[in-house]
Design a binder for this molecule. Structure first.
Ligand code: GDP
Length: 456
């Protein structure tokens, strides 16, 4: 099983971290291929909880090569905090490699992200305000600063200077607009300033201080900086297994998700090639991870959303709060229209269904099998038009629920027949086999379906 991509099949937070962690046991290398520290994986190991934002969770295994690919955008401050945090807990990070071509999130990206969201007001996307979107925008504008730039102070300063000027202007404009809006709303200026304060240079945007700070990060990160694409090829060519770890999920994909309520990168399996530097033929399997129900963080269409007791049950039983932001997640029924779309888009070869335990106590269980538009048109496949998706009413099939606590089940036969029937229904409608089922947060709380691990 040389190249395996692991991607989110819904709106994120499906428990990809745990699936990667389990598959990593038999892999030589793990590489993250997109996103930034807006992602968060939680892994529970021997009762100890680890939260990862940037470093692949495979770092918990000694001796595995853990890479941050070129497709990732990284905030060196956050990365260093994560490295220090792991070291404090006795985890060796010597095998961490960072692509020299990955782009850096700079302080102005974070400021622009926040200012942009505030400006959008009610139309805001609900970003995590970590600067990810503006960083990817700079990458496309060819104004990005890359990890390799940290290694040459002169180049670093020059590049920051070129990137900084337009940001200062944009931020000034946004702040003037904000003050105007506040004045119109009769709120006065909470920024506490007259014109001169708004136009004074922001100390966080000082070229000299920023260049020095980032050069210092470069010194600390230098031992980890590498040509990660080459490391992937070497591992694959030697017959080793590489896991391509996705962050966020299919329905948040910049191209294929529910734009504009999406992330600013491509979490689909195809992007693993670009974001890690391998060819399509290097990916032998694609595992999609989906919860047994559905959740979504932030704004955007979510046809099967529940705003009732059942949704509350999912939120509470599933601890549906974001790893990165602590935000409450919106919860709803499993959406097979969306899942089928994700299966085809990623050409998944297997599904991992997590959090089946959370459904215990809900009876009956419902799964969306098609949508109906306001005009009465039936949609068996995911509608490409946002207006349809926004107003689509899901049509459900009802399946019997189960009451038993399944957190101690370790084989398919241990699961209540209703739980098995639910899984069979999902697999049949999704068109791919379910290989792994999560019955609790612990790494041992899984049921492998069929043979352990991958399909040949
Ligand atoms: P990721 O970003 O896709 O890795 O997902 P997160 O880590 O944000 O969210 C998954 C959460 O669900 C974590 O807190 C996991 O510990 C937890 N989790 C994963 N699998 C299961 C499961 O099968 N059952 C339960 N109850 N929790 C799970």
């Amino acid at each position: 099983m040389p190249g395996i991509a692991i991607v989110g099949a819904q709106w994120g937070d499906e428990g990809k971290g745990k699936v990667v962690d389990l598959l990593a046991e038999d892999a030589e290398a793990i590489v993250r291929f997109q996103g930034g520290n807006n992602a968060g994986h939680t892994i529970v190991r021997d009762g100890e909880e680890f939260k990862f934002h940037l470093i692949p969770s495979g770092i918990l295994y000694p001796g595995k090569l853990c890479m941050i690919g070129n497709g990732v955008v990284l905030d060196p401050r956050v990365l260093l905090e994560e490295i220090d945090g792991l070291k404090r807990r006795g985890i060796d990070v010597a095998n961490l490699r960072i692509s020299a071509n990955a782009h850096l999130i700079m302080p102005y990206h974070v400021l622009l992200d926040t200012a942009g969201e505030i400006k959008l007001g009610k139309l805001s996307i609900g970003t995590t305000r970590r600067g990810i979107g503006p960083c990817y925008a700079d990458k496309a504008l060819r104004l990005g600063i890359r990890v390799q730039d940290l290694l040459d102070e002169k180049i670093l300063r020059k590049k920051i200077m070129a990137a900084l000027e337009p940001k200062q202007q944009a931020l000034r404009e946004l702040s003037v607009q904000r003050r105007k809006l506040r004045k119109e709303a009769g709120e006065g200026s909470r920024e506490g300033g007259d014109q001169s304060v708004a136009e004074a240079p922001d100390p966080r945007l000082d070229l000299h201080a920023m260049s020095e700070e980032f050069a210092a990060y470069g010194h600390r990160l230098e031992p980890h900086i590498a040509d990660t694409a080459r490391l992937c090829w070497e591992t694959l060519d030697a017959g080793g297994t590489v896991l391509f770890e996705g962050a966020q999920a299919t329905l948040l994909d910049l191209d294929h998700g529910t734009y504009p309520f999406v992330t600013s990168s491509n979490p689909v399996a195809g992007a693993a090639c670009v974001g890690a530097g391998v060819g399509p033929a290097d990916i032998d399997e694609v595992w999609g991870v989906a919860k047994a129900y559905a959740t979504r963080v932030g704004a955007g269409p979510f046809p099967t959303e529940l705003e009732d007791e059942v949704g509350r049950h999912m939120l509470e039983r599933g601890h549906e709060f974001g790893t990165t932001t602590g935000r409450e997640r919106r919860c709803g029924w499993m959406d097979l229209v969306a899942l089928r779309y994700a299966v085809r888009l990623n050409r998944m070869s297997a599904l991992a269904i997590t959090k089946l335990d959370v459904l215990s106590g809900i009876d009956p269980l419902r799964v969306a099998v098609r949508y109906r538009s306001r005009e009465g048109a039936v949609f068996d496949s995911f509608p490409y038009h946002q207006s349809i998706l926004h107003s689509a009413e899901p049509e459900y099939e009802e399946l019997p629920g189960f009451d038993a606590d399944i957190s101690d089940c370790r084989s398919e036969a241990d699961l209540p027949p209703q739980a098995r029937a639910y899984l069979d229904f999902v697999a049949e409608h999704a068109g791919v086999p379910i290989r792994l089922v999560g019955v609790g947060p612990g790494r041992d709380q899984v049921v492998w379906i069929g043979e352990k691990r991958s399909v040949p």
